[in-house]
Design a protein around this ligand. Structure first.
Ligand code: SF4
Length: 117
């Protein structure tokens, strides 16, 4: 992250543009999803976020969808109740994807098992 780039801008570039199926370049969501809001409060993770990969699938790296650490992120998310297909049991998995913020959290935890978020 450059000195002029905020943590929110870094997340928009890496987690949102790089990992989120729902990302819209000209729409700024504030607050963002649970993952982005969590990571906004962790500028110490900026160097790790710079290395965030952007694989073409929509997976959660090696983490299970019901990993308690990921469920906690979704539990605090503004979009969970009315706006998130991924955590809506009525939506089939092949019809939805986890958002980029949750995928970013999953990657961080997969790469850094000791990380406390
Ligand atoms: S997957 Fe859904 S509930 Fe979980 S953080 Fe993303 S938008 Fe929020």
């Amino acid at each position: 992250m450059t000195s002029l780039e905020s943590q929110a801008d870094l997340l928009r570039r890496t987690a949102c543009a790089g990992l989120c199926r729902y990302y819209k370049p000209h729409k700024r969501e504030d607050p963002g999803c649970g993952g982005v809001e969590l990571l906004k409060r962790r500028p110490d993770l900026a160097p790790l976020l710079e290395a965030l990969p952007s694989p073409p699938d929509d997976g959660l790296f090696a983490l299970a969808e019901d990993d308690p650490r990921l469920l906690a992120v979704c539990g605090a998310c503004e979009f969970r109740i009315d706006g998130c297909d991924f955590r809506d049991p009525a939506v089939a998995r092949d019809q939805c994807s986890p958002c980029g913020g949750l995928r970013a959290v999953a990657w961080l935890l997969d790469e850094n098992p000791e990380l406390k978020l």
